[in-house]
Design a protein around this ligand. Sequence first.
Ligand SMILES: C[S@@+](CC[C@H](N)C(=O)[O-])C[C@H]1O[C@@H](n2cnc3c(N)ncnc32)[C@H](O)[C@@H]1O
Ligand code: SF4
Length: 455
Amino acid sequence: MPTQKAMKLQQERPKRLPRYTSYPTALEFSDIEPTLYQEWLCTLPDDEPISLYFHIPFCEKLCWFCGCFTKISNSEEPILRYLNVLSKEVALIAKLAGRKKVSHIHFGGGSPTILGAQSFDELMSVVRDNFDILPDAEIAIEIDPRTCSEEKIRTYAKNGVNRASLGIQDFNLEVQKAINRIQPDILIADNVRWLREAGITNINFDLIYGMPRQTLDTIEETIYKTGEFKPSRIALFGYAHVPWMKKHQKMMDKHHLPDQGERQAMFDLASRRLLELGYHAIGLDHFALSGDSLLIAREESRMKRNFQGYSADPATTMIGFGASAIGSLPSGYIQNSPDLKIYTESLENDKIPASRGLMVDATDLMYRDVISTVMSYFSVDPWAIAERHGINHDFSREKADLDRLVGVGYLSCEGTTYHLTKEGKPYLRAIATLFDQYFPQKSNIIDRCVHESEG
Ligand SMILES: C[S@@+](CC[C@H](N)C(=O)[O-])C[C@H]1O[C@@H](n2cnc3c(N)ncnc32)[C@H](O)[C@@H]1O
Ligand code: SF4
């Protein structure tokens, strides 16, 4: 029988739908032996380029909305120790996988900008010592404008960084106070100028809607100011309020949190304004100007869903480095220990810090393709995808629900292809759950669309 505490927690947590940045989702991961990861690494195809993800789990100051895996550090010592073991991890993994070609590198966090210029330089040297970075590789970094500098940006450019994502969130001062993240416009202007002067012209802005103190007016202000900087890409995230996992989000409890209707109105207004400014909408929450590589990938049907949201990266292997980092290999997903102490001690003892993961089979890969297609293109022909995967599958359960959704006008059907209609778009994630073999298909699909949280 559930305890009172468990019942209270249950009530506190709204039902949430997956964002499908992976399939199967991380909820399905379980403990895994590092030796299994070793086997997967040893059997990677030699000639296929791979991607690398580096997680830097440190920030100088805590933003109260933050849902990322990070730790506040105002001293250099833990960061330098972390970099030391991160370098060890690169060498250890490269020894097992062999010297692979790399087509894509992403530095995320936390705040990679917390690393000093020299530390970043050293980390990139370690990467080059162990892998062959292709001349046209995309090297992307997430930037907290408050901890970045002209010197750091010059070092990024010198090391081949060619894409930068700035954490903007909101330009309005009252919102910034409410979320404990003050960043004056001039700071953003400096960062954008330094990036462009250094030749890093692929610039993304991260914006969030649905946070405390946000109104349609503040959203209007944020989009107007964003338009003045003309970033080539924008991610417009819905604020994920998960105080049972991220206790610091309770610091914002005193403010009114926009409800689902207000959130939708904020998203609609922001999208409308971005389209007026010449941006093209991509998938669930991205916007880009003509010429952006993600937009081109979408037009050429190469775009897919991965841990960075949407991606144009064709690699089928992504190796995750750092505490909590998740990698995706042809054989399955693997996650490093999120416990900094365990992660550090493993590497100091020359052991792989992998702790959780999931082996995938051919059916998982087929359903991953179906879900990634729905999430990216709002339309899918599951039978064509199954055929491409060499699997004979009738999708009889899914078809009954898809036809029900056609009946209520959330989908339209053309041959064996289902398209989301304008009315169905707000329910994209609920509709994607239809193809999730691990999602409990207990509720009726129409109820799931209407009642389960998209937030
Ligand atoms: C790792 S941070 C980006 C780099 C840097 N730490 C910064 O904040 O500028 C990744 C992004 O996740 C988004 N994010 C963080 N917490 C979120 C939440 N609770 N809901 C929605 N988006 C969130 C923010 O837009 C943030 O820019
Ligand atoms: S939003 Fe970025 S800067 Fe703020 S705490 Fe989270 S990871 Fe750190």
